[in-house]
Design a protein around this ligand. Structure first.
Ligand code: ADP
Length: 389
């Protein structure tokens, strides 16, 4: 007997902490598998909350709301790694929770995360905790400028990072990140990696430790936000692709991850792979899997946490490209040209249903499949030209 979730024809509810686009696409996969979904998020009408009657819009800081959410959920997961592990701890005696609070503890603090990966034999950039301006200077002296200063927790889309070129800049960055007494921040430093590409690999791992490893993709960032994902990563040899997949699996195993995980890496200008970070949840670099692979990252996430057999992560076509649709103004969550976009019949359009847009906010994405990355990229770029807000 593989699993009991479909036993006795009892409805099974996946509870998701967070109601954004990752929760929405996870919910879509859960519904396809005949499961139900509950969502808790401190907002009315969140993209995922709108999809279910079991929506808990007071969020997890309201203890009664949280209790009701836990009550209706059979297996609990999350879309956002910033939730306090103590909140998850409080659920684990009542429900299965994946990723586990222990996995989250290993991941949330980038310094602890890098130590964990280093101990597992994964190649990481030179890094150190820095607890004072003097230690920031010392890192520069020992490892050279420029280097990257990072907040150990709560960083995303580059917020929380600063590249510093000399002592003075290190001092300014350290003071800026640590000066708010309401938000105590610990800092770390990382040697600046001269990379020729940023790569990512999604890995799904179920409770039996079985894994499904997605292709190695290239992520193209603009202003620290992912703009395109190219699958498979072009212009690298198969040995590097395979090594990237091995590092990704090792990283997920190092934190005993259950669910789907995104592992980001640098390919240096001398063709070495260095681990950057892990996301303990579905990840932007895996959105192409919805149309591009036999089993999407979202479906394999649900299968993994339910301890079901995993589906094939292989591409069903030679190539897929995803482009993020980023907000260009403050205002409606729907681009003015949405209908024109749909005239691009070979481009799949996902609009997340966020109430309002902001500059740089992820509002949706486009995916195109092709015989080559170049062909898929050309399709996506043609559609992007019609994307005015
Ligand atoms: P976030 O958690 O905000 O995504 P990351 O640590 O992944 O932060 O860094 C964001 C981006 O900053 C990376 O995608 C990469 O472009 C750049 N970056 C991060 N660390 C380094 C490094 N050590 N050397 C060079 N660039 C880096």
């Amino acid at each position: 007997m593989l699993s009991s979730i479909y036993h006795d024809n009892q409805p099974v509810t996946i509870g998701i902490l967070g109601g954004g686009q990752l929760a929405k696409m996870s919910a879509q996969a859960a519904y396809r598998l005949g499961l139900r979904v509950a969502v808790i998020e401190p907002a009315e009408n969140s993209p995922a909350g709108m999809m279910t009657k079991a929506d808990f819009p007071l969020g997890w800081y309201d203890s009664t709301e949280l209790e009701r959410f836990v009550e209706v959920s059979d297996i609990i997961t999350l879309e956002n790694e910033f939730i306090a592990p103590e909140i998850l701890d409080g659920m684990t005696d009542k429900r299965l929770v994946f990723p586990t609070p222990d996995t989250l503890r290993q991941v949330q603090d980038k310094f602890i995360q890098k130590q964990t990966m280093q101990r597992a034999g994964i190649p990481v950039p030179v890094f150190a905790a820095i607890n004072s301006v003097e230690e920031a200077y010392t890192f520069g002296k020992e490892h050279g400028y420029p280097y990257v200063m990072k907040t150990r927790t709560l960083g995303y889309d580059g917020y929380g990072n600063a590249t510093v070129g000399r002592d003075n800049q290190a001092m300014v960055a350290f003071m800026r990140f640590t000066s708010d007494p309401d938000v105590p921040r610990q800092m770390m430093a990382e040697k600046f990696v001269k990379f020729r590409k940023e790569l990512a690999v999604m890995v799904a791992r179920n409770r039996r430790g079985e894994t499904a490893v997605y292709p190695c993709v290239e992520t193209v960032q603009e202003n620290h936000i992912c703009r395109y994902v190219l699958a498979p990563a072009p212009d690298i040899d198969d040995g590097i692709r395979k090594k990237a997949q091995e590092i990704a699996v090792a990283a997920v195993e190092a934190v005993e991850g259950v669910g789907v995980f995104g592992v980001e890496m640098f390919l240096t200008d001398t063709d070495k792979l260095l681990y950057n970070e892990i996301a303990p949840r579905p990840h932007n670099s895996g959105h192409y899997t919805i149309e591009g692979c036999y089993t999407s990252q979202f479906e394999n996430h649900i299968r993994a946490i339910c301890n079901l057999p995993l589906g094939s992560p292989d591409l069903i076509v030679p190539a897929a490209v995803m482009a993020n649709v980023l907000g260009k103004r403050i205002g409606s969550g729907v681009p003015d040209t949405v209908v024109g976009l749909m005239r691009h019949g070979r481009v799949s359009f996902h609009l997340y249903g966020k109430a309002t847009s902001r500059v740089g906010r992820k509002m949706g994405h486009l995916t195109a499949l092709g015989a080559s990355v170049q062909e898929a990229l050309a399709l996506v770029k043609a559609a992007e030209e019609d994307l005015l807000w």
